[in-house]
Ligand binder design. Structure first.
Ligand SMILES: NC(=O)c1ccc[n+]([C@@H]2O[C@H](COP(=O)([O-])OP(=O)(O)OC[C@H]3O[C@@H](n4cnc5c(N)ncnc54)[C@H](O)[C@@H]3O)[C@@H](O)[C@H]2O)c1
Ligand SMILES: [Zn+2]
Length: 359
């Protein structure tokens, strides 16, 4: 088992990564709770709920709630229903919530924990590759019909328990989606991390040793950044590399057409091209394109209005001014933040999409 301690100005928690950790959750509790409430989704429940619940039930009264799988559950209605269930189960300020699932569950259960009786302890038990990213850093949220993650808070867990055995059951599209965030962590961190990733070939059967190594490195990159900037006042924005266009594509195409990771893969390629144009540098664009391509990331886009995309990029919640803000790279491992001129962006984006589609 490996452990990374996240230490911010306001709190500290451990991320534990290893095999079979779901069977020994009890070992990771840092204090005695009045009772435990597990929140999971309908795909994860049949696979892992019993394991987690059995590991606790000799010492604790355990209740649980299962929400439908999918982003649709990050809603005000499901949130309210979970609150009702938590009240009926008799949770109090000394109770613990466990988020057992992917990033959707982490965000939803985390937001329930953040607001139940003004906030009670919660533990993240991520079960997807993508959740190596979402379970660390303390952001929790639900969606509003006007946009994703608009209702939320910064509310760190008391622990993250990452049982990598659970990753064997995720669908292959989710493997691809999660790996895109690992690629992101490598590109904003250093060339040697990227050089390691680029050797990897994604297959249906996961190589556990290889995966756990890159997950650890990815978490470490994120940890170092959130430790310095928990509330996204400056360098935490580096984590948005690939996300300005990525988010715009997700909403313009309609959620679910591309997975989050597939959208940011395209977003990162665009950010690399813009970086090359602005800084007059040569980045390993071809190499990165090739890695996505050989691993079957969808890299062609339907006919999209450039106008609308740029508009969405401007409205990305991270944009501070009327201009589009993007994370760029001066080199692998040297992220920067730039505000971009609309006209140039328009041209670059048009060329980029044309080039993608002619590949
Ligand atoms: N808080 C943050 O910092 C942060 C960062 C990135 C993303 N997010 C959020 O994370 C969410 C996306 O996370 P995700 O990609 O993990 O999606 P997800 O939680 O919806 O999981 C993807 C799919 O895999 C299934 N699944 C999960 N674990 C499984 C397992 N072990 N075996 C089989 N199936 C399993 C789920 O039921 C779902 O159908 C989004 O809501 C996004 O906003 C949050
Ligand atoms: Zn992301």
């Amino acid at each position: 088992m490996n452990r990374i301690t996240i230490q911010t100005s306001t709190n500290q928690y451990d991320v534990s990564i290893g095999k079979g950790l779901r069977h020994r959750v009890l070992d990771f509790l840092t204090k005695k709770y009045s009772q435990i409430f597990i929140i999971t989704d309908s795909n994860v429940e049949p696979l892992y709920l019993d394991d987690v619940s059995n590991a606790l039930k000799d010492s604790y009264s355990v209740n649980y709630s299962v929400v439908p799988a999918g982003e649709g559950s990050k809603s005000i209605q499901i949130y309210y229903d979970l609150m009702t269930e938590a009240i009926h189960a008799g949770l109090d300020r000394e109770s613990l919530i466990i988020a057992l699932g992917g990033g959707m569950i982490g965000d939803l259960a985390g937001f329930v924990a953040a607001t139940f009786m003004r906030g009670i302890d919660f533990i993240q038990m991520p079960t997807t590759i993508l959740a190596h990213d979402s379970s660390v850093g303390g952001k929790v949220a639900i969606n509003h019909s006007e946009g994703k993650n608009l209702i939320g808070n910064f509310f760190p867990p008391v622990a993250v328990i990452y049982d990598i055995e659970t990753l064997h059951t995720i669908p292959f599209t989710e493997v691809r989606s999660g790996y895109a965030e690992i690629v992101k962590h490598s590109l904003i961190h250093n060339p040697s991390f990227w050089n390691q990733i680029k050797q990897i070939e994604l297959t249906e059967s996961l190589n556990e040793a290889e995966l756990s190594d890159v997950l650890l490195k990815g978490i470490d990159v994120k940890a170092k950044i959130v430790e310095q900037d928990e509330r996204e006042s400056n360098i935490r924005q580096f984590l948005n590399f690939g996300h300005t266009l990525g988010h715009a594509l997700e909403s313009e195409l309609g959620y679910g057409v591309l997975t989050h990771g597939e959208a940011i893969a395209i977003g990162m390629l665009f950010a690399l091209q813009v970086s090359e144009a602005i800084y007059q540098v040569k980045l390993p664009y071809q190499e990165i394109y090739h890695w996505f391509s050989k691993n079957d990331y969808p890299l062609q886009l339907p006919n999209l209005s450039i106008e609308k995309l740029v508009d969405r990029m401007r409205k990305d919640k991270k944009a501070k001014s009327q201009k589009v803000t993007m994370v760029l790279l001066k080199a692998i491992g040297e992220p920067t933040i730039e505000q971009l001129d609309d006209q140039k962006l328009h041209l670059w984006l048009k060329d980029f999409i044309q080039e993608l589609n002619h590949h």
